[in-house]
Design a protein around this ligand. Structure first.
Ligand code: GDP
Length: 142
């Protein structure tokens, strides 16, 4: 299997409820390595840009307001099949539909406040990682 990198974001509802450590533990226990990590307050412009792919959807403004409400924790996760593995750990977008033992099933509050974001393809992972991190922050030899 290929070693991949993907972006994780612990969203405001997760950081507000002090779930950072418990969520990062899921990633490590599931075989992903945290290569870079930062707690960050997104500006309105950053929130809009990050979710630009959803700008035609009716919930876009609400989603942007939520993501800039308070700090997020972003990280670069690395491992075999990291994009798909991370998405499986997260669970379905709607926590009511998420499988048992997934992060969203355990911790998400609603469809919007679903605690975690994860890149949904290798192509989007490359863009999302580069949105938050410089190459020198995660691409090194150990
Ligand atoms: P994801 O890849 O599983 O995060 O799901 P999507 O890319 O479809 O949606 C991005 C994010 O928008 C989700 O994680 C939710 O936070 C939010 N979202 C998705 N659908 C809805 C919706 O119908 N209403 C609202 N308010 N938020 C939504």
């Amino acid at each position: 299997m290929a070693i991949e990198r993907t972006l994780s974001m612990i969203k405001p509802d997760g950081v507000e409820r002090n779930l950072v450590g418990v969520i990062l533990s899921h990633y490590e226990a599931g075989g992903l390595r945290i290569k870079a990590l930062r707690r960050q307050q997104l500006s309105l412009a950053q929130g809009r840009a990050f979710y630009a792919v959803h700008k035609k959807r009716p919930f876009y403004e609400e989603l942007v307001n939520y993501i800039v409400r308070s700090p997020v924790v972003v990280s670069v996760l690395e491992g075999d099949n990291a994009v798909t593995k991370h998405r499986h750990m997260m669970g379905a977008t709607n926590p009511e539909e998420a499988a048992a033992d997934t992060i969203r099933k355990k911790y998400a509050q609603s469809l919007q406040e679903n605690t975690v974001h994860g890149s949904d393809s290798l192509e989007n992972a490359a863009w999302e990682v580069s949105f938050f991190f410089a190459l020198s922050e995660y691409d090194y030899f150990n």
